[in-house]
Design a protein around this ligand. Structure first.
Ligand SMILES: [Zn+2]
Length: 184
């Protein structure tokens, strides 16, 4: 099936060049975004406009005419012909290759020896985030006292050892560890 050629495609360039009257201009402004042929022509004119603005020797009237004919020919081509390299068959082959790659990967994961390193790799990393809560792990012979008042927490250790993890303190908060001869 062929895409119908829009009779107004010739007016796209005229619109660009300001050769249309106000009413016709407004009408084309509304038409172009709704028309595949005309919007394709407008896009092509953008490309040509960029090329013209680039420092190049000016096109001869013949070159200009040829470019315009090529533009019109492309603008009126049926849509699928614009992407000849992506035929449905090529897309199918690409999809099959992608699927094979996925299956190959999953297959490797399910086979014994390959599973171990992947599993090792997938293991969550050790927790490095700051502790959310203060924890105390006293030794068997530890004797200590823990007191909390507003903004101040004091652990007084009188014997043994204490493994402490202190949560991040808010502004104005203090955490003090006292031993017989030291205060931290
Ligand atoms: Zn049109």
């Amino acid at each position: 099936m062929k895409t119908p050629v829009c009779p107004r495609v010739m007016l796209v360039e005229a619109l660009r060049d300001g050769r249309l009257g106000p009413q016709e201009s407004a009408s084309m402004e509304r038409h172009v975004p709704t028309c595949a042929a005309c919007s394709a022509a407008a896009r092509e004119l953008d490309v040509i406009g960029d090329a013209v603005r680039a420092p190049q020797p000016p096109a001869t009237p013949l070159e200009h005419q040829r470019a315009r004919l090529a533009l019109l020919r492309r603008a009126t081509e049926p849509a699928p012909a614009r992407a000849p390299s992506w035929t449905p068959r090529a897309v199918l082959v690409a999809a099959a290759m992608a699927l094979a790659a996925v299956l190959g990967w999953t297959g490797a994961r399910m086979m014994g020896p390959a599973t171990a390193p992947i599993a090792l790799h997938m293991r969550p990393p050790p927790r490095l985030a700051p502790a959310r809560e203060t924890t105390l792990r006293p030794s068997d012979d530890a004797r200590f006292e823990r007191t909390r008042t507003a903004g101040l927490e004091v652990v007084t250790l009188s014997n043994g050892t204490l493994d402490l993890t202190v949560r991040p303190l808010g502004p104005g908060e203090r955490f003090v560890v006292r031993t017989v001869d030291a205060e931290v």
